[in-house]
Design a protein around this ligand. Structure first.
Ligand code: TXA
Ligand code: MG
Length: 333
């Protein structure tokens, strides 16, 4: 029957799972050098990596994710001096890099002449988003590869970001060359994205809070979040084009600020408001952030009509948690 033919095709497209050891790291670097796609762990979420200088590799990232090409990618680098090769650096960039790199902060800076990056990475913008991740495996892959790696979160576009290799395979099996399995991600939410021009502005809240960034820059915290995207914003209105309202969507509908599940719903608790799973029974926001995407993946089963989510306090990393929850709950396009 058609079966044999299908097997041959899926064998060709089989995604390798690489172990977190020297061999796995060098295989990841080898595949990246061959302009193939490799998912790898970072401290935030798994990234879907490709050579940021190669149009075909970057185009393949958009294809594998089914990502609209107006949404540019983050370029990952092993250290600050590698980052400086691609952008116009500034005193504010240096201050933030000193305070937060390696770590969950992405800086949007003007492209520098001779930056060498594929135009597809920036989706034609004059700026590029760069980040130096802290995860030891990410750093070892970047060092072994020796070039800039474009890596969006390793999930099909619009779906929940992956915090384990199993999440990556659930969404992208057969569509990418390999996934490097480094276990669960520690932070669990994507990096904070900050644009520095014309003035510092948080484009996406994350583990590095606006208050912590403002402190380093010597600015009032409020001034960094003024430009945050508003509900109902359209791609053309948005400075970070990925900040579409509906995003991170599980298959099941998501209802926020719930104190008990409605019939057909499963409950995702926080603190004293308990549920089938609890983001953090102790009410710890960092623990809740680390659990968020994994628990949404777990609760999002066929037959579950809805996920009711307990209120999460809107301070510290809670701001980033609520940002992702609002997007998961937003009307779908
Ligand atoms: O933690 C993270 O940041 C993860 C890990 C893998 O590093 N990556 C990640 O990438 O979340 P992604 O592609 O899912 O989100 C990238 C975001 C998008 O919202 C995109 O619009 C924004 O970065 N972005 C990229 N380049 C930009 C630019 N030049 N100006 C403004 N926003 C930009
Ligand atoms: Mg993403």
């Amino acid at each position: 029957m058609g079966r044999a033919k299908q097997n041959a095709a899926s064998d060709m497209a089989k995604t390798e799972t690489l172990n977190p050891d020297t061999q796995g790291i060098s295989r990841a670097a080898e595949l990246l050098s061959a302009r193939r796609l490799v998912a790898f762990p970072t401290e935030t979420v798994y990234g879907l990596g490709g050579d940021a200088r190669a149009d075909d590799a970057v185009a393949a990232i958009y294809t594998a994710k089914g990502r609209p090409s107006f949404n540019p990618l983050i370029v990952h680098l092993p250290d600050t001096s590698a980052a400086q090769r691609h952008v116009v650096w500034s005193a504010q960039a240096q201050a933030l890099a000193d305070a937060f790199w390696p770590g969950p902060l992405t800086l949007v800076l003007p492209l520098r002449a001779g930056h060498g990056l594929s135009d597809l990475v920036t989706a034609g913008l004059p700026t590029v988003a760069i980040r130096v991740p802290a995860h030891p495996l990410a750093r070892q892959v970047l060092q072994a590869f020796g070039g800039p790696v474009a890596a969006p979160s390793a999930n099909p576009s619009g779906r929940i970001s992956p915090t384990t290799a199993a999440h990556v395979l659930a969404g992208l099996q057969g569509k990418i060359a390999a996934v490097l399995d480094g276990g669960p991600c520690e932070v669990g939410l994507e990096s904070t994205i900050v644009a520095l021009a014309p003035h510092p502005q948080v484009l996406r809240p994350g583990g590095a809070t606006a208050a912590a960034l403002a402190k380093v820059l010597g600015l009032p915290a409020q001034s960094l979040s003024e430009g945050a995207p508003k509900a109902g914003a359209q791609p053309k209105d948005i400075t970070a084009p990925g900040q579409l309202l509906s995003h991170y969507a599980p298959g099941a509908l998501v209802r926020l600020n719930a104190t008990a599940p409605h019939p057909g719903e499963v409950m995702l608790g926080f603190g004293a408001v308990d549920g089938a799973l609890n983001l953090s029974a102790a009410g710890d926001l960092n623990e809740a952030a680390a659990n968020l995407f994994g628990y949404l993946h777990q609760l999002d089963q066929p037959g579950v009509a809805g996920i009711a989510v307990a209120p999460v306090p809107d301070h510290g990393v809670g701001v980033a948690i609520n940002d992702r929850l609002r997007r998961a709950a937003a009307p779908r396009p």
